[in-house]
Design a protein around this ligand. Structure first.
Ligand SMILES: *[C@@H]1O[C@H](CO)[C@@H](O)[C@H](O)[C@H]1NC(C)=O
Ligand SMILES: *[C@@H]1O[C@H](CO)[C@@H](O)[C@H](O)[C@H]1NC(C)=O
Length: 434
């Protein structure tokens, strides 16, 4: 309905200005692309070092990538605890949108382990950063077996970790994926995977951060005359006269005393008994719908005296660190492009410039690597066949054993995870127990 080109042009111009303004006004609290010098900004924790169970970090783009020079940090070796963190100038997200974004690549075909990150508040001894260290927000993918493939989003309030009540699926392949959590001052949130919104809503309804607004009135009692029986015996159904006298068994009238029966030697002959066709079991009165049935009694809901709204429910007043704290059976998870900002548009732009720009090349590089792997396996097989080499079969057996062992391990892990799910509100520390 625009009458001339100039109007549309003006609009485009305005949009451009707004877009520029929004980018210009973005506040960046922390940004890490893991260029050289990253080690000066990050502190590896000493956690689990004395048990020789502390994992390390490989500064690499990984086995496949869109750009071999675009490095991140990757967990290694297997069966380790990983804990690393970086500090940024303390800030509060009051009256601000909080955007927490990073990319994760599970090169190892992760079957049980986390790929999440944490935001921590207050003062943290980074050398002692561990699974026990309290955190404010935990966010990112978590995979275990077939049952757990989710984006964890945990918010901490009053020392308690609260899990999101909605399911958000995470990516499970071996490519880089981008995870974004946005928390706004109107207490709404969004979770994005690869720049696409997968979940959104209010932190009031999707986490149990506050006690419930309404509760069942604990004082209320079911009225004495409340009839909650849906069925009652039919008073018109009366037991027929003599019903209880009908015997269960009767003598078999067809039976005959055997010819050779000797009353003197064998005793008096009595015919065997058979089930009585007239016997219908114990009498039960028919039931009818109760005309006075009032439905099941429910206590009325009242305002919860313990409920106190918190207009700052979304606020984390002293955010100061970002950390990765994981237990991994199989290592190879690569983190990159961490961003903490107040501007979802800026985050989107960074996402496009990093993950978005490289994802196709990375896919091609991955396909190439897979092809090469398959060809090598084929050549090995052919070599072995040509030499009549039997050890190939042994290899397969070994593989099976490995797989079985691995599944046993992961099943345990799944169990641990499930148990924890019940106690998550108290203390979410799935990987600490291990
Ligand atoms: C580090 O990553 C590169 C590339 O994926 C790999 O070749 C190398 O073996 C890794 N080093 C360690 C110690 O894992
Ligand atoms: C059989 O295979 C193994 C492992 O692939 C190899 O080390 C060995 O040299 C092979 N033997 C023959 C006779 O080809």
């Amino acid at each position: 309905m625009e009458s001339g080109g100039s109007g549309g042009g003006g609009k485009v111009f305005l949009c451009l200005v707004l877009a520029l303004l929004s980018v210009v006004s973005a506040e960046i609290f922390f940004e890490e692309r893991f260029d050289d010098g990253w080690e000066d900004r990050w502190v590896k924790s000493d956690w689990k070092k004395d048990e020789n169970a502390a994992g390390d970090w490989n500064h690499t783009a990984g086995q496949w990538s869109g750009d071999v020079n675009d490095k991140g940090i990757q967990t290694y070796p297997d069966y380790r605890f990983f804990a690393i963190s970086a500090q940024f100038p303390e800030f509060s997200n009051k009256d601000k949108t909080l955007v927490f974004q990073f990319s994760v690549k599970h090169e190892q075909k992760l079957d049980c382990g986390g790929g999440y990150m944490k935001l921590l508040s207050g003062d943290v001894d980074q050398k002692k950063f561990s699974g026990e260290t309290p955190y404010s927000i935990m966010f990112g993918p978590d995979i275990c077996g077939y049952s757990t493939k989710k984006v964890h989003t945990i918010l901490t309030r009053g020392g308690k970790n609260h899990l999101i009540k909605k399911e958000v699926a995470c990516e499970t392949d071996q490519l880089t994926h981008l995870y974004t959590f946005i928390l706004r001052p109107d207490a709404t949130y969004s979770i994005l995977v690869d720049n696409v919104e997968k979940q959104s809503g209010s932190i009031y309804s999707d986490w149990d951060l506050l006690p419930p607004k309404k509760i069942k009135d604990p004082e209320a009692k079911k009225p004495e005359d409340w009839d909650d029986k849906e069925y009652i015996p039919d008073p018109e159904d009366i037991k027929p006269e003599g019903y209880d006298d009908i015997p269960k068994e009767i003598p078999d009238t067809d039976a005959k005393k055997p010819e050779d029966w000797d009353d003197e030697e064998d005793g008096e002959w009595t015919p065997p008994t058979i089930p009585n066709p007239d016997y219908k079991g114990p009498w039960t009165q028919k039931k009818i719908k109760n005309p006075d049935f009032k439905g099941k009694w429910k206590a009325p809901m009242i305002d919860n005296p313990d409920f106190k709204d918190d207009p700052d429910l979304y606020v984390f007043p002293d955010l100061k660190y970002v950390g990765i704290e994981l237990w991994q059976v199989k290592s190879g998870t690569l983190f990159d492009n961490i961003l903490i900002s107040d501007d979802p548009d800026y985050a989107k732009k960074v996402a496009e410039e990093t993950w978005g720009k490289l994802k196709d090349a990375e896919k091609a590089s991955f396909d190439e690597a897979e092809k090469k792997k398959q060809e090598e396996e084929k050549i090995d097989d052919e070599k072995d066949d040509a030499a009549g080499n039997e050890s190939d079969e042994d290899d397969d057996e070994d593989d099976d054993n490995d797989a079985e062992n691995a599944i046993g391990k992961h099943a345990d892990d799944t169990k641990g995870d499930d148990t924890d799910d019940d106690t998550d509100d108290e203390d979410f520390s799935k990987h600490d127990e291990l």
